[in-house]
Design a protein around this ligand. Structure first.
Ligand code: FE2
Length: 421
């Protein structure tokens, strides 16, 4: 029912992200859009929320997750070695009996878990190394079903490689024709270096042909000789597609010698591609072949950020063969990023918050994101009034507003002391 009031929803006395002077504002929402931001809005609305000085943030953006494998940890067996490659073996067995219903049920449950923690934009990979393309079909259906409260992007991800088996390349192309948003790849898992290079070049050709974004699992290995990132950079420079291109993981970058890494950084600045690090999972997956000293296995996040490149943090996995933990809380991801990447200075902590919000939105190529007049009204009222406290405490937002509607309200935890101290 249309309301005659000036606003459908008002958020009062919120502190906007990036507002350093402590000034509080009112935010007016009408017909799913932010229509006014002012010191004080005189009119009333059907629903009014008092932020009481808390941080009003754009939603969290999950830039890298595998919804098709989420919530399968232990099926059919636990990953004992903890390695990426045992994870791929286990998933190969588990996906023998996936169905559309199975994937949809787990993906939808995960998305709900994410939304109540403030994530309203998700990029998920869908494994397209399986003949029926069940995971892809299921995630495309879910994308449609959740679109009124969650924006879901789906990457066609050839988990087993493009050239490792005949037919895989055709499956990838079919996935793009079916409506995947982005082309994926895994060059370091192709059988040879040459196949890896060819796979990256083919991905760029497919993206241009079908007008898709690119998100490549790139060099997710501790091997310092795994150097497909330079190939991605070269293709991005040659095609001018850098802003639409993402290199995910790039953990080998942490093992490159500095002479090569410094040279590469210059190429990356020319390429202007996006980076996604997944600190929760890579701190556990990588370094498994090391004794001591043991590598951290997370890419050079701080240096990429210092060199002006766009970096975001992803969760990657929630309870699956690669990572049995995870809850869908992007503040957990940022918190781990602060630690593993040693970004503990206050501007660095604030940057880690941006890596799960505005930087990730840039990676997803979102054009209607942010708490600004004219944008779709998707925003969070956090429990805290700073990014620092948000990452330190990692609580659910008090209110999640999705596309102009109040989606969730979480009551904060209250602890009662029963003994006097
Ligand atoms: Fe991944």
């Amino acid at each position: 029912m249309m309301s005659n009031r000036e606003y459908d929803l008002l958020v009062r006395r919120g502190k906007l992200l990036g507002q350093v002077d402590g000034k509080l504002v009112d935010i007016g929402i009408k017909n799913r859009r932010i229509t006014k931001i002012a010191d004080e809005i005189a009119d009333n609305a059907d629903v009014e929320l008092d932020a009481e000085g808390r941080l009003v943030s754009p939603p969290f953006v999950e830039s890298h997750i595998h919804l098709d494998s989420a919530l399968t940890a232990g099926e059919p067996r636990w990953n004992q070695s903890g390695t990426l490659f045992e994870g791929i073996e286990i998933w190969r067995d588990r996906k023998q009996n996936i169905s559309i219903e199975d994937v949809k049920k787990r993906a939808s449950a995960t998305l709900k878990q994410q939304a109540e923690q403030g994530i309203l934009f998700v990029r998920s990979h869908a494994d397209v190394s399986e003949l029926q393309l069940i995971a892809l079909q299921a995630l495309l259906e879910v994308r449609e079903e959740v679109k009124n409260w969650m924006t879901l992007q789906v990457v066609a991800f050839p988990q087993d490689g493009i050239y490792s088996q005949p037919g895989n390349l055709a499956l990838l192309e079919r996935a793009l024709q079916m409506g995947a948003d982005a082309v994926g790849g895994i060059p370091h898992y192709e059988l040879t270096r040459e196949h890896g290079v060819n796979s990256v070049e083919r991905i760029f050709e497919l993206a241009a042909q079908y007008h898709k974004l690119i998100d490549i699992h790139c060099d997710e290995i501790d091997d310092e000789q795994s150097r497909f990132l330079e190939v991605v950079a070269a293709c991005a420079i040659a095609t001018g597609m850098g802003a639409k291109t993402t290199a995910s993981h790039t953990t080998a970058f942490a093992s490159y010698n500095n002479a090569y890494a410094f040279k590469l950084m210059g190429f990356l600045q020319r390429a202007q591609i996006n980076f996604i690090a997944n600190p929760l999972i890579n701190i556990t997956l990588q370094g498994r072949a090391d004794t001591y000293p043991k590598r951290r296995g997370v890419t050079r996040v701080k240096e990429l950020w210092q060199n002006g490149l766009n970096v975001s943090f992803g969760h990657d996995c929630i309870q699956d063969p690669w990572y049995s933990l995870g809850s869908g809380n992007m503040l957990d991801v940022a918190h781990m990023g602060v630690h593993v990447c040693q970004m503990t200075g206050l501007p660095e902590i604030n940057a880690c918050y941006e890596m799960v919000t505005i930087n990730a939105a840039k990676t997803l190529h979102l054009h209607d994101y942010g708490v600004e007049v004219g944008n779709t009204a998707s925003l969070l009222v956090l429990e805290e009034n700073s990014c620092y406290d948000a990452i330190r405490l990692r609580r659910k937002p008090r209110y999640v507003i999705a596309q102009g509607k109040l989606l969730t309200h979480t009551q904060p935890e209250v602890t009662e002391w029963l003994e006097k101290t």
